[in-house]
Design a binder for this molecule. Sequence first.
Ligand code: PEP
Ligand code: MN
Length: 288
Amino acid sequence: METNPCNNPTNTGFTVPVRVSRESRPDGTIVSINGVEVGGKEVVVISGPCAVESSEQLFEIARTVKKGGARILRGGAFKPRSSPYSFQGLGEEGLKMLREISRETGLPVVTEVMDTRQIEMVSEYADMLQIGSRNMHNYPLLKEAGMSRKPVLLKRGMMATIEEFLLAAEYILNQGNTQVILCERGIRTFETSTRNTLDLGAVPMLKRLTHLPVIVDPSHGTGLRYMVPPMAKAAIAAGADGLIMEVHPRPEEALCDGQQSLYPEEFMQMMADLKKIAIAVGRDISLP
Ligand code: PEP
Ligand code: MN
């Protein structure tokens, strides 16, 4: 019998893959990153530089973001750059720095893995594996991450529909790894004044369709520093379980994405504002 789409509570026009579907776990999934829980009442902030540049830079940022209330440190060691002539990241050296600074600050770390051949090495140093926007459609990588026991931060492909995003997550869950966090990070549209168009509508939709936690990246989602704090607020108001944002002590000297990286003072101020929004929508952010 034809089902009337008006009776479909999600009205998406596609079938939500079974393992990621909200129906399969109505209470939602909590992903634990070395003890930091994403998907509960607390809005979890992940912050750090776009790329690990040096031990000093990473330590300085890690101390700042921890003081501001970030619970997880980010930083790329393998960077997916549009130009082969741009800084590609420090590789294993960068991973060692992340591990070292995680030990010193107590912050778990997330870093990107770009290739199946990197999973084993990155897993030795990182608490969570990040699969970037450009690799959301890399099915062998998704499967391999699904075989790993590490939590996975899966970013939305810049040209992926919600359905494709959920199918990508399903690849990971299919291999037995249910510790997956989805990240809305902006999509390509006709608009060129921002780096991407941050699709905040994806947040309530994903929260309805899937049990997986959903976070938002307003740094890559806008590409513009001044837009990061307001879009971070909007993301929490829309129901995001967390945020991932880039911070740099001297953005003008950053080797990658300086134009969208917050200054430390901006980060501090923003965190205080975000806490108010979180409380207003029945969530919280625990500040030190
Ligand atoms: C990043 O977070 O470091 C990154 C490269 O983001 P994206 O994959 O969303 O472009
Ligand atoms: Mn970046």
